[in-house]
Design a protein around this ligand. Structure first.
Ligand code: 15L
Length: 260
């Protein structure tokens, strides 16, 4: 790992918990934070309970940190005021604190919901214009724009990972196109931290799914090579998830239920 001191936000979440275990043995210091109490610190791990919507918390979180893995904030759609407080204002204060503290790189958990209004028949690259599908998606789009600003103006690098559906295993027809296994998710975060030069790179967080909506060609410098595939679960999924009704936007658009 080229960065010794890492801040992990959202460390109590589904993906944050997986990342905590994967990152701790690879760095000198892992500072894990969440709004929920964290327990069982690794020997090199600091646990900090903090609310990302409390703008005064950011400076303390980033102190002495080289890189941030930002998986914190609301992970579902919500009313705009709540989204704005944590996923927009909280994110901006984290970036500003990071800039002032000399942080070198951010790995940002963006989402399919930043581009959720593309049709499921579209195959899009990482340079396709943003088409958010919800307040949550607007905040992810804001985050990607903020990352671009902090690269262009301040030289702070970011990899924005547009995570599809990161679950223990795929269980719906949509997952055949959006699934990201936990191992591939960890590999993508590690690549994002170790690639020598990323500027602001956008990459889709998906496993090696044959029916993917997404083309990662422009992010190949990250060296991400997904090892898992939702295709291995195809028969199981087809048996349990009935043929989709294409008149329902949920089955027609990439963002699924967030597009309703
Ligand atoms: C997301 O961004 C959510 O955090 C997750 O819970 C899933 O809904 C995922 O998108 C998805 O669309 O599958």
């Amino acid at each position: 790992m080229i960065y010794d001191r890492i801040l992990l936000t959202g460390a109590a979440g589904l993906l944050g918990s997986v990342l905590r275990n994967r990152l701790a043995p690879q760095v000198k210091l892992l500072r894990s934070t969440d709004i929920t109490e964290l327990t069982n610190a690794a020997p090199n791990e600091e646990l900090v309970k903090a609310d990302l919507g409390d703008l005064s918390a950011a400076a303390g979180l980033v102190k002495g940190i080289d890189a941030i893995v930002h998986f914190g904030g609301l992970s579902k759609d919500a009313d705009f005021v709540s989204i704005c407080r944590v996923n927009i204002a909280g994110f901006q204060s984290l970036y500003e604190a990071a800039r002032l503290a000399g942080v070198k790189r951010v790995v940002f958990a963006s989402s399919v919901h930043a581009i959720g209004f593309y049709d499921q028949n579209d195959v899009i690259g990482t340079n396709a214009p943003l088409r958010p599908d919800s307040n949550y998606g607007v905040a992810k789009a804001f985050g990607e724009n903020l990352a671009q600003l902090y690269w262009d103006k301040h030289g702070l690098e970011t990899v924005s990972i547009r995570i599809g559906s990161s679950e223990p295993k795929p269980s719906t027809r949509r997952h055949l196109r959006t699934w990201l296994s936990f191992d591939d998710m960890c590999q993508l975060v590690e690549c994002s931290l170790t690639a020598p030069r990323v500027r602001h790179t956008v990459v889709y967080g998906a496993s090696n799914n044959a029916a993917s909506f997404w083309d990662n060609t422009l992010a190949r410098h990250l060296g991400y090579t997904p090892k898992d595939s939702a295709d291995d679960f195809r028969d199981e999924i087809f048996a349990s998830d009935s043929r989709p009704d294409r008149d329902d936007v949920v089955n027609r658009l990439q963002g699924g239920v967030f597009c309703r």
